[in-house]
Design a protein around this ligand. Structure first.
Ligand code: A3P
Length: 303
């Protein structure tokens, strides 16, 4: 049975004004009909954690022999144009048939919590890359983004109220701590299937993480590619500064008709500290300590 919350403001509803309580998570949409293939690559995240960046990186890494970097469809269609979301972009029967014809390996994004992933995906050889981000930056990123969500313009919460709901776990795909823990535990149990990444680590050392990503999806960089500096080039192509200049960022729309430009803002670590009071940050620090204790997973919010 599904519990339903209706008429939600944009800061909570995540692109709609409904949230369903599904397997303990507040989900605006979910996808159970997807038929995974053994070679699929799934990019999972809670919104505003670096999904757009991860899509750009994996798409470029996987397709590096098919397209030269300067001719990549990424530049004209954008990360959300070349990597569809399971929940938003392929809901209908037609879409499923189209996806069956995509080149191998197929790449999809999802915001689904781990327990709610389609069974065919969990049971197949498909690889999952999960990216997460420190929760306060993720919250502020969503707060800034929510003005771009269609149909919800009139109903806006104050920053304080949205933050309070966030800390209660009442936000799209939340609670965030359970979202993180689901993939974290899966990555410990099945490290060959689930790669767990943090946005902050990737920002510190993009080259190292590009190497990790390529190896994880079974397409490691060759010595020749290393020597040619291809990994550095991919890092540059997919950097926030470069992505801002893509034709696609200016002209395309992303999921739910939201302008592609809304998905690329500052891309910095620690921006939340410009917006939240020290007591708000310490509330999240306490939550993290309580919810993630003994998991081996941690975040340092103020560094
Ligand atoms: P900010 O709002 O803090 O700038 P998602 O893609 O999951 O919706 O997350 C969006 C966040 O990722 C935004 O954060 C956005 O600026 C940032 N982002 C988008 N592209 C990026 C890139 N190429 N490198 C780093 N961060 C990026």
């Amino acid at each position: 049975s599904l519990e339903l919350l209706q008429n939600l403001p944009a800061e909570i509803g995540m692109g709609g004004n409904l949230l369903y309580l599904y397997q303990g998570f507040w989900c605006p949409q979910f996808q159970q009909h997807f038929k995974a293939q053994e070679t699929d690559i799934i990019l999972a995240s809670i919104p505003k954690s670096g999904t757009t960046w991860l899509k750009a990186l994996i798409y470029t890494i996987v397709n590096r022999s098919r397209y030269s970097l300067e001719k990549s469809p990424l530049l004209t269609s954008g990360p959300h144009g070349v990597v569809p979301f399971l929940e938003f972009d392929i809901s209908s029967e037609n879409h499923f048939q189209e996806q069956d014809r995509l080149p191998n390996p197929r790449i999809f994004g999802t915001h689904s919590p781990y327990p709610a992933l389609p069974c065919s995906l969990k049971d197949s050889g498909a690889k999952i890359v999960y990216v997460c981000r420190n929760p306060v930056d993720m919250f502020i990123s969503y707060w800034k983004f929510s003005v771009n969500i269609p149909k919800e313009e009139e109903k806006h919460l104050s920053l304080e109220d949205a933050f309070d709901k966030f800390c209660q776990g009442l936000h799209g795909y939340g609670p965030f701590w359970d979202h993180l823990l689901g993939y974290w535990k899966a990555s410990l149990e099945r490290p060959d299937k689930v790669l767990f990444l943090k946005y902050e680590d990737m920002k510190k050392n993009a080259v190292l993480y590009n190497r990790k990503l390529a190896s994880f999806v079974g397409l490691p960089f060759s010595m020749d590619e290393e020597k040619r500096g291809l990994i550095e080039e991919i890092s540059r192509l997919c950097s926030v500064e470069s992505m801002k200049s893509y034709e696609a960022t200016r002209t395309c729309t992303g999921p739910l008709g939201i302008p592609a430009s809304a998905f690329i803002r500052k891309g910095e670590v620690g921006d939340s500290l410009n917006h939240l009071t020290p007591s708000m940050v310490s509330r999240v620090e306490n939550l993290i300590r309580e919810k993630l204790q003994d998991s081996g997973l941690s975040f340092f919010l103020s560094s």
